[in-house]
Design a protein around this ligand. Structure first.
Ligand code: ADP
Ligand code: MG
Length: 265
């Protein structure tokens, strides 16, 4: 058995003449955090969108546990073990925190969302199960005390944690995160970094798109660097910090790297 969970082979994406991603290759192995970094517009979100089945690659293949993902419908990703969060928050303000988190379970259960409402047989057991898992994850991310609060009343930092809990209730093998530290302050970012390490320790691999270099250098086992759609470097945090290609790509963009809450893509 290979320990490669996700294998990205020479993927490209062209948006009507804009070459957003060109022949990008990398893998994510079981139990590791891989960070995908690069200046704004480098193609990071597009790579994440291709891996999560949101947009098809123009070229190249993506394998998850050796399965070619090209013809797998998006609705089946969570069931296979891939979940994600988005660069911009996706929350239901008029639902409670618990309800928001339980939304993440539906794609995983056999009988699906409709049957869950019927509270019968298999569906009833699944609902009890998902309720239990949702409460567990709220506890892990530190939101138990606000489980019954409307999400719209929560501060931004807590909503970011709520999204992590939602992505984790389906017990994914691979968690895809698009800028989880965007908009967070220093303390919240440190807490989020510790959360990602706990998730890794729990056996879920993470592909992390992030601008916050403290989080990236602190949490990532390996880093893949994109610039203008191409992979320009790959290595450990120490190797990446010393890479001349990476330094050149980021030269003069120190502020851009540190900016949180970027709204591109
Ligand atoms: P990053 O996440 O690294 O900031 P993106 O993947 O969002 O970069 O964008 C990479 C490039 O692709 C940018 O030039 C962006 O304008 C372009 N792009 C992204 N999504 C689309 C789209 N849906 N249609 C057209 N161009 C897009
Ligand atoms: Mg992006």
């Amino acid at each position: 058995m290979t320990n490669v969970l996700l294998d990205v082979k020479a993927i490209s994406k062209n948006f009507g003449g804009v070459q957003a991603v060109s022949l990008v290759d990398f893998d994510v192995r079981k139990g590791e955090i891989v960070a995908l970094i690069g200046p704004n517009g480098a193609g990071k979100s597009t790579v994440l969108n291709m891996i999560s089945g949101v947009v098809p690659p123009t070229q190249g293949e993506i394998y998850f546990e050796e399965r070619l993902m090209a013809n797998v419908p998006g609705s089946q990703y969570a069931g296979l073990g891939i979940t994600r969060t988005f660069q911009n928050l996706q929350t239901f303000d008029d639902m409670t925190v618990l309800e928001n988190v339980m939304v993440g379970c539906h794609s995983r259960t056999q009988s699906g969302l409709l049957a869950c409402g019927l509270k019968l047989g298999q569906a009833r057991r699944e609902e009890v199960d998902m309720h239990h898992r949702a409460l567990q994850w709220l506890e892990i991310v530190g939101l138990s005390s606000v489980a019954n609060t409307l999400a719209g009343n929560l501060p931004y930092g807590m909503l970011r944690l709520m999204e992590i809990a939602r992505a984790m209730v389906s017990e994914p093998k691979l968690l895809l995160l698009d800028e989880p530290a965007a908009g967070l302050n220093h303390t919240e970012t440190a807490d989020m970094t510790n959360m990602l390490k706990r998730i890794r320790a729990n056996g879920t691999a993470i592909l992390l798109v992030e601008h916050d270099m403290d989080m990236v250098m602190n949490a990532a086992d390996r880093i893949v660097v994109l610039d203008q759609g191409e992979k320009i470097a790959e290595g450990t945090p120490a190797q990446i910090q010393e890479s001349p290609e990476v330094i050149a790509a980021y030269l003069g963009t120190e502020e851009v790297m540190q900016t949180r809450g970027e709204s591109v893509g």
